[in-house]
Design a protein around this ligand. Structure first.
Ligand code: HEM
Ligand code: HEM
Length: 131
């Protein structure tokens, strides 16, 4: 497996563990963590765990299923950076009730989703036989 795809899986599992800890902390000591804690938990689990797990698996499996190499390894590397820079900025924004930070992090996370979409679509696109 490509190192980048392994990093996506590793990041996903780290987010799952941290996101679960955030929720358990919230239950055990409701006032301990500052900010919009349910939203932090939700996006650690959904954007951090679920989506990055999908990124890692899809970037590995879909080129093999389609029979063509990934359209751009470089774009997928940038996707890894964007996903893991964007989400921490979003989380920092929610921890500090700062919607500007959430917006900046959100735009970077969105760039990761957009790169993923373009890369996967160009990888699995219909081609004439033999091309
Ligand atoms: C370790 C396992 C988990 C625990 C202990 C846990 C616990 C919780 C708790 C206590 C809340 C309510 C927070 C509050 O309103 O104060 C919550 C909300 C939520 N959880 Fe989890 N959860 C877990 C795993 C997950 C996973 C795996 C996902 C998604 C993949 C998830 C998605 C959500 C979402 C979307 C909400 C709603 C957030 C909101 O109301 O804004 N959780 N969880
Ligand atoms: C570019 C990425 C994303 C951004 C910028 C973003 C931003 C936001 C914001 C600002 C809210 C609050 C909405 C409101 O209160 O009016 C929200 C809520 C929510 N988002 Fe996201 N989101 C993103 C990706 C996702 C993804 C990929 C999922 C699911 C797979 C998701 C699931 C949810 C859920 C379940 C809620 C409502 C629960 C909560 O209050 O936390 N989001 N999101």
């Amino acid at each position: 497996m490509h190192k980048r795809n392994r990093l996506f899986i590793t990041a996903a599992l780290i987010y799952a563990l941290l996101g679960g800890l955030v929720a358990l902390t919230r239950l055990a000591a409701p006032d301990l963590l500052p900010g919009n804690v349910p939203r932090i938990h939700a996006h650690m689990m959904l954007l951090g765990f679920m989506l990055q797990f999908i990124y890692g698996i899809a970037l590995h499996v879909l080129p093999r299923f389609s029979g063509y190499p990934l359209y751009s390894e470089r774009m997928a590397n940038w996707q890894l950076y964007a996903a893991n820079i964007g989400l921490p900025i979003m989380l920092a924004g929610w921890f500090s009730w700062n919607n500007l930070l959430v917006g900046i992090g959100g735009a970077i996370s969105y760039a990761a989703i957009a790169m993923f979409a373009v890369n996967i679509l160009l990888t699995v696109k219909a081609r004439a036989p033999g091309r």
